[in-house]
Design a protein around this ligand. Structure first.
Ligand code: PEP
Length: 253
């Protein structure tokens, strides 16, 4: 089953208007220069930059995503953003359940699942993040933790068309530490098995599972050539055009 790789940038809480637009323009220029890339591209800037980045990406095959959403369509939820608002701003994706949101905002699997269902209902694709802490990995619980997160965070009726999974070991995010290729493949293969149980074999075989955590141009080739790794969710390295595109180029895009 051929799954087109997705190279996704999570800008997190970075970028004022001028820098964000420059970055988006640079990415758009380089993606256009690839001609017909073998990968799909996605950038997820902060909410404040969505509409400007959308404009800056015009004409380039780069999708726009946000980094979170509420599960309601509208109403009295001060400071929140609804899936419909994201769609209206030009997004086709939203990242949900990132470990920074799980840690900083106490987001549970149940809440992530509710948000994902609402995002799907609004016509957005979701990138649902899972991943173990260092303590959990050292206790040999990485696969149990990820399996539980998949069971709890992914809506029952999700399909390969509306859902992407991102496996991001918490201890690898922003640290420069990366699991061995064998460890990454072991988790991805286990995640696909759980997806198969939950969503059926066909969805599981077609669903993209990204790896995230200190992906750089230098390690992209090894990580993204693993059989069950279908792209990357990139944090720090997505803030530099050369690094983001270097990851894509080194992954055969
Ligand atoms: C992330 O936060 O999604 C991430 C993978 O960050 P980094 O690439 O900086 O480790």
């Amino acid at each position: 089953m051929a799954r087109k790789k997705l190279i996704a940038g999570n800008w997190k809480m970075n970028g004022l208007m001028a820098d964000g637009v420059d970055l988006a323009k640079g990415i758009a220029r380089e993606v256009k220069a690839l001609g017909k890339p073998g990968c799909e591209f996605l950038v997820c800037p902060p909410f404040t930059l969505l509409t400007s980045v959308k404009k800056a990406l015009r004409g380039a095959k780069v999708a726009l995503g946000a980094q979170d959403c509420h599960f309601n369509a509208k109403g009295a939820h001060t400071g929140d953003i609804s899936p419909l608002m994201l769609k209206d701003a030009g997004c086709s994706y939203v990242i949900l359940g990132h470990s920074e949101r799980r840690a900083d905002h106490g987001e549970s699997d149940e809440l992530v699942c509710k948000k994902a269902a609402a995002a799907h209902a609004a016509g957005l694709k979701t990138v649902i993040c899972i991943g173990e802490t260092l303590e959990q990995r050292n206790d040999g619980k990485a696969i149990d933790v990820c399996s539980r997160q998949i069971m709890g965070s992914v809506p029952e009726d999700s399909t390969s068309a509306d859902t992407v999974i991102a496996y991001e070991p918490v201890w690898a995010i922003g640290t420069g530490k990366v699991p061995t290729a064998a460890d990454v493949e072991e988790v991805h293969a286990a995640v696909r098995k759980v997806l198969s149980k939950k969503l059926g074999k066909s969805n599981a075989n077609k669903m993209r599972i990204l790896y995230g955590g200190s992906v750089k141009p230098g390690n992209a080739k090894e990580l993204l050539s693993l059989p069950d790794v279908d792209g990357a969710l990139v944090g720090g390295a997505s803030l530099k055009v050369d690094d983001f595109l270097g990851i894509a180029r080194n992954s055969g895009c």
